[in-house]
Design a protein around this ligand. Structure first.
Ligand code: TXA
Ligand code: MG
Length: 342
C-alpha cells in the first residue's frame, strides 16, 4: 500500500460538458493532485503519470497494493511515442482500430515513466479512451494521465459519478461527471511485447475480434508461471462487501437454483428474462445480451450490496464473446464461492 495520509476534503461533482470544469480539473492534475473522470469503460482516478508523488497519492486513496501497476491514458496516438520503446509492428494496426477505444496495450516502457506507475516492471500499459470528455480532459492536462478504476482496491468499479462519490468522496477534490459509462467493464489488456499477443484481462474488445485482426492471440489463464499475467489479477477484485455467490450453467438451471436459495436475507442478480417478483432481485440485462450485462453489472452488484442482506447469488452468463469478460469479473468477485451446475 501507499504510505501517505489521506485527509478529508469536500468532493465536488463537475459536469464535463463545461470547458471551465475541464480546465479546473486539468489544473488540479497539473499541480500534482487527483481527479476522478469518466471514461467509456469505468470511471478512472487520474494523476499526472510523469509525477511520482502525484501517482503515489492514487495508491493511498485506493489502498492499492504497490505491486499492481497503473494504466497510462493519452489523448492521441502520438502521445504514446515518448512513453514506450521497441514499438512492435502490430501496434500500428491496433492503434488504428482501437485508439481511441477500450483496449489497453502493454509495451516496453521508457524511462520518463516513474517506477511506481509500472510497479517496477519494464513494461507500461497505455490506453486512449473513447469518451469525448476524457479525451478533452487528458489533452487539457498536457501530460499522460495514470488512472486505475476510481474505487477502493478490491471492490466493484464505478460506472457513475455517484459511485465514485460514494467510494472515495472526501479524499479527492473533483469528479468530472461524464454520465454513465457506456461499456461498464474495464478495458481489455493486451500484452504486445511477446511474439504472440496475449490477453491479460478480457474486456469489451473480445478474443475473437482480436484474433480476426491479428491472426493469432493467446489468452492468459492466470495459471502457470512461465508467462507473467497482469499483476493486478492476483488480488481480490470487483467484490461487493456482502458474501457473493456465482452460479454457472444454463440460465434455466441457475435461475431455478437461485429461486430455491431465496429468503429474507438473500439478494439475487438475475437476467431480465428470468426476473422473479422478489424485492431483493436486481436484473442486469437479458441472458443473451452481453452488452447490457457489461454495462449494468457493477451497478447491479452495488444495488444488491446495499440491500442489507447476508448473501447475494448471481446467474453467470455464457462465456461466448463479451460474455467471457462479464463472467470473468463475476467469478473473480465471487472468489471461492462458485456453484457449478454444468
Ligand atoms: O478500462 C480501464 O482499463 C480502466 C479505465 C479507468 O481506463 N482502468 C482500469 O485500471 O481498469 P485498473 O488499474 O483498475 O486495472 C489495470 C490493470 C491491472 O490488472 C494491472 O495489473 C494491469 O492493468 N497492468 C497495468 N500495467 C501493467 C503492465 N505493465 N503489465 C501487465 N499488466 C499491467
Ligand atoms: Mg480496477
Amino acid at each position: 500500500m501507499g504510505t501517505g495520509v489521506v485527509s478529508h476534503i469536500d468532493t465536488i461533482i463537475l459536469d464535463s460538458k463545461y470547458t471551465e470544469n475541464i480546465d479546473l480539473c486539468a489544473g488540479v492534475i497539473k499541480t500534482g493532485g487527483l481527479v476522478a473522470f469518466a471514461t467509456e469503460t469505468v470511471y478512472g482516478l487520474g494523476a499526472n503519470a510523469l509525477d511520482e508523488d502525484a501517482v503515489e497519492k492514487i495508491f493511498d486513496v485506493k489502498g492499492r497494493p504497490v505491486d499492481n501497476p497503473l494504466i497510462v491514458h493519452v489523448a492521441s496516438v502520438d502521445d504514446i511515442i515518448p512513453i514506450v520503446r521497441n514499438i512492435p509492428d502490430i501496434f500500428e494496426i491496433l492503434a488504428h482500430k482501437y485508439m481511441p477505444g477500450p483496449l489497453t496495450l502493454i509495451m516496453k516502457k521508457n524511462s520518463i515513466i516513474p517506477d511506481n506507475v509500472t510497479a517496477g516492471l519494464d513494461t507500461v500499459a497505455v490506453r486512449m479512451p473513447k469518451h469525448p470528455a476524457a479525451l478533452v480532459f487528458i489533452k487539457a492536462c498536457g501530460c499522460p494521465v495514470a488512472a486505475p478504476s476510481a474505487n477502493p482496491s478490491g471492490f466493484p468499479s464505478p460506472t457513475k459519478a455517484a459511485h465514485v462519490l460514494n467510494d472515495i468522496g472526501g479524499k479527492i477534490p473533483y469528479i468530472l461527471d461524464g454520465g454513465d459509462c457506456i461499456v461498464g467493464l474495464e478495458s481489455t489488456v493486451l500484452d504486445i511485447t511477446c511474439e504472440i499477443p496475449r490477453i491479460l484481462r478480457p474486456g469489451f474488445v473480445t478474443y475473437n475480434e482480436l484474433k480476426d485482426v491479428l491472426g493469432t492471440v493467446d489468452i492468459s489463464n492466470g495459471k502457470g508461471n512461465s508467462v507473467p499475467m497482469s499483476p493486478g489479477t492476483k488480488y481480490r477484485h470487483y467484490s461487493p462487501s456482502t458474501p457473493f455467490f456465482v452460479v454457472t450453467g444454463s440460465p434455466d438451471d441457475t435461475a431455478e437454483y437461485i429461486c430455491g436459495c431465496m429468503d429474507f436475507n438473500t439478494a439475487a442478480l438475475v437476467f431480465d428474462d428470468y426476473a422473479f417478483s422478489d424485492s431483493r432481485t436486481v436484473t442486469f440485462g437479458h441472458s443473451k445480451d452481453h452488452v447490457t450485462q457489461a454495462s449494468q453489472l457493477y451497478d447491479a452488484l452495488r444495488k444488491a450490496d446495499g440491500m442489507g442482506v447476508s448473501k447475494i447469488y448471481a446467474q453467470a452468463p455464457s462465456e461466448e464473446g463479451l460474455g467471457a469478460a462479464v463472467a470473468n469479473r463475476m467469478l473473480k468477485a465471487a472468489g471461492e464461492n462458485i456453484i457449478r451446475l454444468e
